[in-house]
Write a protein that binds this ligand. Structure first.
Ligand SMILES: Nc1ncnc2c1ncn2[C@@H]1O[C@H](COP(=O)(O)OP(=O)(O)OP(=O)(O)O)[C@@H](O)[C@H]1O
Length: 265
């Protein structure tokens, strides 16, 4: 009998540990041999150019997209048996907002994955959904059809749907895409609250200028993992150049990586 491989402590304590993840479309790897261990209680940005495989990495981790190779663990156990500990906020553009449902129903749907039919309790589910909606400032919209919301409001509703799951790890795909400054700061406040409660957040993020302010960890990805770790250590000019293939100017790089330049803004 083959001995069971020992699981490293960092993997056992990590809300999401990915090892050797490769995903291919039409035999072309779009995510290649990525290793990444999310520190518990961290807020991590996944950063990289368009087409770098950021969404694919998330979807393959969540079992939505097939993996060619790789192991994905949640607190050391296979993702498949731990999926209820993980909430997911998909890219807003990937959702069918014409689906006929009210805001409160969409939020309450976050509970259904863990419930058997005999556990449904409409009054309690509604109360929990209202509580989540209040956290994102959307309780006044509870009975509105989701198709009748603005983009920023839809994003808040999807965040409320993740909140109701009370998950250890929340994975968000571009939560700030197309939202105004007020919604962006409302969302980041809620995410920081979750992190302060000891939960873990993993976020695809495009705005390099806010990485320092919003996140404590970062994964730089361009099909392969370029670097991962604390923002202060890893978000360097050299790593950004390697990730973006030299497409960032010296001036842009200096602004992004120098905390002094942020103070001057
Ligand atoms: N279902 C699919 N079938 C074939 N190719 C796909 C599919 N989904 C994504 N791709 C390709 O895989 C690559 C990675 O796509 P992905 O959406 O993961 O990148 P991304 O880093 O999230 O990009 P963006 O920043 O533009 O959202 C791209 O080249 C994309 O065209």
């Amino acid at each position: 009998m083959k001995p069971t491989p020992r699981i490293p402590d960092a993997v056992k304590s990590s809300p999401l540990a990915i090892q050797g993840l490769t995903v291919s479309y039409d035999r072309r790897p779009v995510v290649h041999s990525v290793d990444f261990v999310t520190p518990p209680g961290s807020m991590t940005a996944i950063v990289g150019p368009n087409g770098a495989g950021k969404s694919t990495l998330l979807k393959a981790s969540l079992g939505i997209t097939a993996r060619l190779t790789g192991d994905v663990r949640v607190f050391g156990k296979p993702f498949e048996v731990m999926s209820r500990h993980v909430a997911y906020v998909p890219q807003r553009s990937s959702v069918d907002w014409d689906f006929p449902a009210t805001v409160i129903d969409v939020v309450a749907m976050g509970l259904f994955r863990d419930q058997r039919w005999w556990q449904f309790n409409r009054g309690r589910d509604r109360r929990l959904a209202m509580h989540s909606l209040a956290r994102v400032g959307m309780e006044a919209f509870a009975d509105r059809q989701i198709g009748q919301l603005s983009g920023g409001q839809q994003q808040r509703v999807f965040l409320a749907r993740a909140l109701i799951q009370d998950a250890e790890l929340t994975i968000l795909d571009e939560p700030f895409a197309g939202v105004d400054a007020a919604t962006e700061s409302a969302i980041i406040e809620v995410l920081k609250e979750l992190r302060d409660e000891g939960r873990t957040l993993l976020c695809v993020h495009h705005d390099l200028s806010t990485v320092h302010d919003y996140f404590d960890h970062v994964l730089l990805l361009n099909v392969r993992g370029i670097a991962a770790g604390a923002v202060d250590e890893v978000f360097t000019a050299a790593n950004l150049q390697a990730t973006y293939g030299g497409r960032l100017s010296e001036v842009q790089l200096a602004r992004l990586v120098s905390p002094a330049s942020k103070e001057a803004r």
